[in-house]
Design a protein around this ligand. Structure first.
Ligand SMILES: [Zn+2]
Length: 116
């Protein structure tokens, strides 16, 4: 996790994988209503040995998730898979990311379920 300087929290951990719309919603402290927040799990498998080497969560609003018609998880095993993944998520993830503490405070204050 990289570091950022947050206006509210000072130097703090950065969560890069938060969609742009969700990051903006959090910074504006707007509610997402009862739909809340959703993550897509992305599992990277080594093409050669078939071992999982990385597992990421892409965070977004439930509404955004529905609009994308996204799956709950994606397995990435080849460059081709990665290109497909980027095609789906680049438009919403680009320009996103947020201070980890702002994220946590937002989730807690709105009672959205999440685990990091
Ligand atoms: Zn913050």
């Amino acid at each position: 996790m990289g570091l950022i300087i947050c206006d509210k929290h000072g130097e703090t951990g950065f969560m890069p994988l938060v969609s742009k719309e969700l990051a903006e919603t959090i910074l504006a402290n707007k509610s997402l209503g009862n739909k809340g927040v959703k993550f897509v799990e992305v599992i990277f498998i080594d093409e050669d040995d078939g071992e999982e080497f990385q597992r990421l969560r892409y965070w977004m609003s439930q509404k955004c998730f529905d609009n994308l018609n996204a799956k709950k998880s994606y397995i990435i095993q080849s460059d081709e898979d990665e290109i497909k993944l980027d095609k789906i998520f680049d438009p919403i993830m680009k320009g996103g990311g947020i201070c980890g503490r702002c994220f946590e405070e937002y989730m807690e204050s709105h009672n959205y379920r999440y685990t990091l």
